[in-house]
Each structure stands twice: as C-alpha cells, then as structure tokens.
Design a protein around this ligand. Structure first.
Ligand code: RTP
Ligand code: MG
Length: 143
C-alpha cells in the first residue's frame, strides 16, 4: 500500500482543554508522521470555505461559529493508507458512537464539539492541505 497523506485540525475545544499534547501522542503512536503543523485561528470566511460542502445543512452556522471560536492546530500527516487509517483513529463524528480508544471517544464532548477533523478522501486531503499550508511549510524529505 502506498504511503500517502491526510489533513487534520485539532478543533478549538481540544486546544482550549489542553489536549494538544495527548492527541499528538496518539497520532504519533498510531504511526503517522507529522510533515506540517501550525496553530492558527480560522476567520469566518475561512471556516465557511473549508466546510462549504455543509453549507445547506442545519448545523452549518453553529459549525462555523464553533470553528472560529478559538485557535486550532492544523497538520498534514503521512502514513500508509493515511486517510482511512486516520478516520479509524479519530472515531465516529458523534463521540457517543465512537469506538473505545479513539480520539473522539477520549477527548470529544459532543457531536458539535468533537475535538478533531480528518479528511474523508485523498482528493479532499490534498485540497484541505493546500488550503492551510504553502509548499514551503511541508517537510517531506527524510533527514
Ligand atoms: P470532520 O469533517 O470535522 O472531520 O467531521 P466528520 O467528517 O466526521 O463529519 P461531517 O459530516 O463532515 O461534519 C462536519 C462537522 O460538522 C459537525 N456536525 N454537527 N449537529 C450535527 O448534527 C452535526 N453534524 C456534524 C461536526 O463537528 C462534524 O465534525
Ligand atoms: Mg467531514
């Protein structure tokens, strides 16, 4: 299986509760290599653009308000089968449905405040990574 990449954000709830270190530990322990990472805060326009696919959904405005409510940590992760394996690691969208040991089961409070994002396809991983990072911010070579 080819090594590929996914994109993640630690959402404002996880950052605010002090879970950055614990979540990064789980990500590394699961075999993902961090090839880009930064703390930022999404603007309203940025959050609307990032979650544009959900703009007709009833929860869209609440989602944008939540995602702009504080800083996030965004990162690009590399691993074999990255997109699918990362979705397994983070668990179901609603932490009440998430499997034991998953990041959302451990660190998410609700379906709205669910701690972490993971891309849902290779195509979206590339789009989302380019939205958050320039080429110079991505470190792919082994050193
Ligand atoms: P994400 O994109 O953040 O990784 O989450 P996901 O794929 O598991 O879920 P998705 O369907 O893409 O929904 C995006 C985010 O919208 C919020 N949401 N709220 N109130 C609701 O019913 C509801 N449904 C979704 C969640 O924060 C979800 O992560
Ligand atoms: Mg999604």
């Amino acid at each position: 299986m080819a090594t590929n990449r996914t994109f993640t954000m630690l959402k404002p709830d996880a950052v605010n509760k002090g879970y950055i270190g614990a979540i990064l530990e789980k990500i590394n322990a699961a075999g993902f290599k961090i090839v880009a990472m930064k703390m930022t805060r999404l603007t309203k326009n940025g959050a609307q653009e990032f979650y544009k696919i959900h703009e007709e959904r009833p929860f869209f405005n609440d989602l944008v308000d939540f995602m702009t409510s504080g800083p996030i940590v965004s990162a690009i992760l590399e691993k074999e089968n990255a997109v699918e394996d990362f979705r397994v690691l983070i668990g179901a969208t609603n932490p009440a449905d998430a499997a034991e040991g998953t990041i959302r089961k451990l660190y998410a409070g609700s379906i709205e405040n669910n701690a972490i994002h993971g891309s849902d396809s290779d195509e979206n991983a590339a789009i989302e990574s380019a939205f958050h990072f320039s080429g110079r911010e991505v470190f792919s070579e082994d050193i």
